[in-house]
Design a protein. Structure first.
Length: 269
């Protein structure tokens, strides 16, 4: 694949990821990680570093897109900022653990984690009834902090914002889908910013890293992906406020299931 075709694929993935960031509170990684692991390697990157580079780019782009989506939801009054602040410490602790896994575990393991989590999320949201939940509200401390840490750790390992796991977790504990999506965009900022910095640090001076990059972060890929992702994010956020909650839930479920199957296939076949 020549450079123009590669850039076009990355740009399209950025636009799709940005739209989904606004629509579902996800990070662009739900699209970008599968795309970057399927495309030819970026200049300077070795096969063993394919996954950490994809994670770093996805997380770096997630920071501004999630911030943009969070601001859009806040303007519409759907962002529960006090709850976001209460969940932040546990989530940040989980991010550190997830980043360690991202740079030490084999790519096939990371792909399997991504695929399994996405598939389980999709199946539960798609098959469970609209009133299906574990409780009517989030648990108290320390269980709430532990839940936030799990969301942070797995999200960092998957290279996505917290919406992928955070939205269904919130719904499972009685949060309506609209508020959960708004909080998911906030989770994206909390998770992606420290995770990006950690992956830059972890890859600093390592061999087989991007030719035009900082640590594992490929700046050339980010420059291609980011503009269209930023343009598409507000469009997705507006769509989220116009769709009925059940349509939003089923759409989220279908997307997660498809991505889960794709990544599990890549991990094992």
């Amino acid at each position: 694949m020549d450079a123009v075709a590669l850039a076009a694929c990355l740009a399209i993935a950025g636009a799709a990821g940005g739209f989904l960031a606004g629509l579902f509170g996800l990070g662009v990684g739900v699209v970008l990680v599968p795309v970057m692991t399927a495309l030819p390697l970026m200049p300077g990157v070795t096969e063993g570093n394919r996954m950490p580079v994809a994670l770093a780019v996805s997380l770096a782009v997630t920071v501004p897109t999630s911030a943009l989506a969070m601001a859009a939801h806040a303007r519409r009054g759907s962002l529960n900022m006090p709850l976001l602040k209460r969940l932040a410490p546990g989530m940040l602790a989980g991010v550190l653990l997830g980043c360690w896994g991202a740079v030490t575990l084999p790519a096939s393991v990371l792909q399997a984690v991504f695929g399994l989590v996405a598939l389980l999320v999709g199946l539960w949201l798609g098959l469970a009834g609209p009133q299906s939940r574990l409780a009517d509200s989030l648990p108290g401390e320390p269980a709430r902090a532990a839940l936030a840490a799990v969301v942070g750790a797995i999200s960092a390992m998957m290279g996505v914002g917290g919406g992928t796991l955070g939205v269904p977790a919130l719904v499972l504990f009685g949060t309506n889908i609209g508020e959960a999506v708004a909080l998911g965009s906030g989770f994206g900022v909390l998770i992606a910013a420290p995770a990006t910095l950690t992956l830059i640090w972890a890859g600093w001076g390592a061999s087989g890293t991007p030719l035009y990059g900082l640590g594992y972060l490929d700046l050339a890929a980010m420059v291609v992906v980011l503009p269209l992702a930023l343009l598409a994010t507000p469009i997705g956020a507006r769509a989220a406020h116009r769709l009925p909650p059940m349509v939003l839930r089923k759409g989220f479920a279908g997307l997660m299931a498809l991505l889960g199957v794709k990544m599990l296939w890549a991990a094992f076949f």
